[in-house]
Design a protein around this ligand. Structure first.
Ligand SMILES: [Zn+2]
Length: 198
């Protein structure tokens, strides 16, 4: 019989995305074994991220400053904005290391089944961002190839189409239904290079 707190810790881990009970047990056992090296560092990092992380007021990314490191990097190409559904998609594209423009995080995809409505998306800020900018020339809508992703592509396109910027979307090389965050770097790069007009 596991004691209360250890049992609670396993339950915390097992509720994380993609994690089951057995993986949670393995992690907790590992942390307990490496209490003074791994677990201590883990707690301090988690606490620091909890205390300091905030949503970027420009693009919706999460960082430890009001304006994220991408938005405040003057060397990035301000003429291109890549629209993504979630922060994890942004981080996947950054990890692939080829894209030098800026981003906009919608925070979700439209979904009839999950009850996600237009007002749940960070879309007005995107509209105002493009409207008030003189340098933005292309908006790349980088969403998954499933129904929710494609519905959202058309919705975003409809919202910003009168602003006079080029609007493109990723090539259909992305496997249907797949989320950007699960794709390998090569597939993401190919989907960007073969992007097409909406
Ligand atoms: Zn930002």
């Amino acid at each position: 019989m596991l004691s209360g707190d250890i049992s609670k810790l396993i339950s915390c881990f097992s509720r994380l995305p993609g994690m089951g009970y057995r993986s949670a047990v393995r992690i907790v056992v590992y942390l307990l074994r490496k209490k003074h090296s791994v677990m201590e560092y883990f707690i301090k990092t988690l606490e620091s991220v909890y205390e300091n992380s905030k949503i970027c007021e420009v693009c919706g990314n999460v960082d430890v400053a009001d304006k994220c490191s991408i938005c405040s990097d003057l060397k990035r190409d301000g003429s291109t904005i890549c629209v993504v559904a979630d922060i994890s998609d942004l981080w996947s594209i950054e990890k692939a290391g080829f894209y030098r423009g800026r981003y906009h995080v919608l925070g979700n995809k439209l979904s009839a089944i999950n009850g996600v409505m237009p007002e749940d998306l960070n879309i007005d800020r995107l509209y105002n961002r493009i409207k008030s900018s003189k340098e933005i020339r292309e908006v790349i809508i980088a969403l998954s190839a499933d129904i929710d992703g494609q519905t959202t592509v058309f919705f975003v396109n409809d919202k910003i189409k009168d602003l006079g910027v080029k609007i493109t979307t990723l090539s259909q090389g992305i496997p249907i239904g797949s989320e950007l965050e699960y794709l390998d770097d090569g597939t993401i790069i190919a989907a960007f290079n073969q992007r097409r007009d909406v």
